[in-house]
Design a protein around this ligand. Structure first.
Ligand code: SF4
Ligand code: SF4
Length: 195
């Protein structure tokens, strides 16, 4: 009998808790119709970033991210060309190995790689988790990022371009300006008087 009374009391308690939350908003989201906003520094899929102006890959093939990856999830083939610059021939990321540690992003000096808030890439086929350079770039195209690389790159080409143009244009300009002021009678008294 005592057990029945205890059970009845617990039932009333449970109904009270249910009634208390009846008028409240639901805590859970109706995924996939509703999605939570991921924090800015959340660690979802890794993507390759593109130049904000011409859309080309920021990656220089320096291999630093591959060397920093503790699980060997990044595979890069980027041999040096005749000008000794690396040519990116292959960039793959195996998400079956990636542990989303972020060390690759930290190692990259060229704003070329980033962990994003994207996470909806589950699949039943593990081959789908080996992403090539095109997929890594496509998924990263709408990812915003701070372009630390641009400041360094913009300074280097500016010098030779400006100097080369200045040499060609300055020569004829000086010759034209000197001719009309060649009347010696006008120029000499002015300079002497000022002296
Ligand atoms: S997040 Fe970590 S495990 Fe994944 S690719 Fe980058 S360095 Fe490798
Ligand atoms: S993603 Fe960055 S660190 Fe990795 S190879 Fe490209 S430029 Fe180098």
């Amino acid at each position: 009998m005592l057990d029945y009374i205890k059970g009845f009391i617990e039932l009333i308690k449970g109904l009270g808790i249910t009634g208390k939350h009846l008028g409240m908003h639901a805590v859970t989201l109706q995924y996939p119709e509703e999605k939570d906003v991921m924090p800015e520094r959340s660690r979802g899929v890794v993507v390759l970033l593109s130049d904000k102006e011409d859309g080309s890959l920021n990656c220089t093939g320096c291999l630093l991210c591959m060397k920093a990856c503790p699980t060997a999830a990044i595979i890069i083939d980027a041999p040096r060309g005749e000008d000794k610059k690396r040519v990116l021939k292959k960039f793959e990321l195996d998400f079956t190995l990636c542990c989303y540690c972020g060390l690759c992003e930290e190692a990259c000096n060229f704003s070329a790689l980033k962990l994003t808030g994207k996470y909806e890439y589950s699949t039943g086929d593990k081959d789908d988790l080996l992403w090539d350079v095109n997929k890594l770039q496509d998924v990263g195209r709408d990812v915003d990022y701070e372009d630390k690389r641009r400041k360094k790159v913009a300074k280097k080409p500016a010098k030779p371009v400006v100097d080369a143009n200045a040499k060609v244009e300055d020569k004829p300009a000086k010759a034209v300006e000197i001719k009309p002021t060649e009347s010696a009678d006008d120029t000499k008294p002015k300079t002497e008087g000022e002296a």
